[in-house]
Design a protein around this ligand. Structure first.
Ligand SMILES: [Zn+2]
Length: 468
């Protein structure tokens, strides 16, 4: 969008509205209002219009359309992506409309290691030209296993469309100021954007580099005074901690959106309590983009079924019923550059019963984390510890913390503190976490100046180094 000349107005809302440029396509044969969207904006908005209908479809109807789309994708993948040549027998060579869920579930699950091994064999040799440009991306692989995936303009457009629907669900005011704390190039602290919602004139949009010290980030947020803030849950915890420390809070903030890490109920409560605003969450991955976003009426996510088919499977590969934790396995419906069919993301999640809001999009009740976030008990049993522990941390002079399971009996707790903890305080921490872990582990406290994040910017409160 061209830079509009900054015209000084009288400062009234009416004057500001008069001065605002036309939202999109300002020059279609002299038209100005309502705007006539064109190109990518028009395509995305037409898609959002459809998504606003399909969200109310019954789950079975959504599933039938997904399966037919997957049948077409499967035929395409078998023909053009060498890796899939002999892998899709149960879903190819079928008449239109005849792919069943059972047949689909017989396609072997694709592991991250498979993708690394086959390399280029996973890419289509002939992505449809009408799907637009090809974008290469390398997922950071927070455990050091990078994966190469290609995607298309069409797949990107679907992502933008579901992101726009997410904004509409939560009735966000696009004239508000939006700040995102995320990974930026290391030499960039602040990046200014033009619009934070495709196709709409928005309030100011800025990104802050998530690697800046938390206290600096807090000062920047206070200075810029945004209406909306998007960040990882861990960063939100740090901002709230600093806010309490200084007794200062963001004045105009209406909502926080979290991404990329597991959001706990306790942090939602803390944000509501400290800042008086709700947190909405969004589950995405680098390979697929947005997978599920929070219901406008309930604190859980809806799978974005018009773009992905998401399964939760047990260790034997059987579908988990709602309420049972299992592996998240995803099929992307529209990526014809790198067909990803039944790809095991490495996350553990849990589906829920149908949402009372009436949407047919399946409920993803929670995402618990990755395999390395499981604590291994001396019995060999693995469980996801409940680490909704910010209340105990908030009451101690702790700036940063992280727990690493080193052996079957010992957990190392790294701490960045304002002053060394007293023995009673260490004991309090240990007791608290041992209850979460379900075992009386030995704790080793290690005081450090800083706890580094993974290269991806992800911050894990707990991870286990006990293999197997
Ligand atoms: Zn809902």
């Amino acid at each position: 969008m061209a830079k509009s000349k900054k015209r000084k107005t009288t400062g009234t809302r009416a004057a500001r509205n008069r001065a605002r440029p036309a939202p999109v396509s300002p020059s279609l044969g002299g038209t100005w209002w309502p705007p006539f969207p064109s190109g990518r904006v028009a395509q995305t908005q037409a898609m959002v219009f459809q998504l606003q209908q399909t969200q109310w479809w019954p789950e079975e109807r959504l599933l039938a359309r997904q399966l037919e789309q997957i049948r077409l994708l499967g035929e395409f993948a078998r023909r053009t992506a060498p890796f899939y040549a002999g892998r899709l027998d149960t879903i190819t060579g079928l008449a239109p409309g005849s792919l069943t869920l059972d047949a689909f579930r017989r396609v072997p699950v694709l592991k991250r290691a498979d993708i690394q091994d086959v390399g280029e064999g996973l890419f289509s040799r002939a992505p449809p030209p009408e799907h637009g440009g090809i974008h290469r991306m390398r997922t950071s692989g927070s455990t050091g296993e990078p994966v190469h995936v290609r995607t298309t303009d069409v797949a990107g457009m679907m992502n933008t469309a579901v992101s726009l629907r997410y904004h509409l669900w939560h009735r966000r005011d696009f004239t508000g100021k939006n700040i995102i704390i995320k990974g930026l190039k290391s030499n960039i602290d602040v990046q200014k954007g033009e619009s934070w919602v495709l196709g709409y004139p928005t309030g100011p949009s800025m990104a802050f580099n998530q690697t800046l010290p938390p206290n600096d980030l807090f000062d920047m947020v206070i200075r810029e005074d945004p209406h909306y803030l998007q960040c990882r849950p861990y960063a939100l915890g740090e901002l709230i901690r600093r806010s309490r420390e200084l007794g200062v809070k963001p004045g105009r903030l209406r909502e926080v959106r979290t991404v990329s890490e597991v959001l706990g109920d306790e942090l939602r409560r803390q944000c509501r309590h400290a800042w008086g605003v709700p947190v909405s969450d969004n589950y995405s991955s680098e390979e697929f983009g947005i997978l599920a976003v929070q219901c406008p009426d309930h604190p859980w996510n809806h799978v974005q079924s018009e773009k992905v088919l998401l399964e939760v499977l047990d260790d034997e590969g059987r579908p988990c019923p709602p309420g049972k934790l299992g592996r998240v396995v995803v099929t992307a419906l529209h990526n014809f550059a790198t067909p990803l069919i039944r790809y095991d993301l490495g996350d553990y999640g849990e589906l829920g019963p149908a949402c009372p809001c009436g949407r047919g999009l399946p409920v993803l009740r929670r995402i618990a984390g990755r395999e390395r976030n499981l604590v291994v008990l001396p019995t060999g049993e693995k469980i996801f510890p409940v680490l909704d522990s910010d209340s105990v941390i908030f009451n101690l002079p702790i700036r940063q913390y992280q727990m690493i399971q080193k052996t079957l009996e010992m957990i190392e707790m790294k701490l960045v503190v304002e002053r060394p903890l007293k023995a009673a305080e260490e004991r309090q921490l240990r007791e608290y976490y041992c209850r979460s872990f379900g075992h009386p582990f030995r704790f080793q406290f290690v005081y450090v100046d800083e706890i580094a994040r993974a290269a991806s910017g992800k911050y894990e409160v707990f991870r286990s180094e006990v293999g197997g």
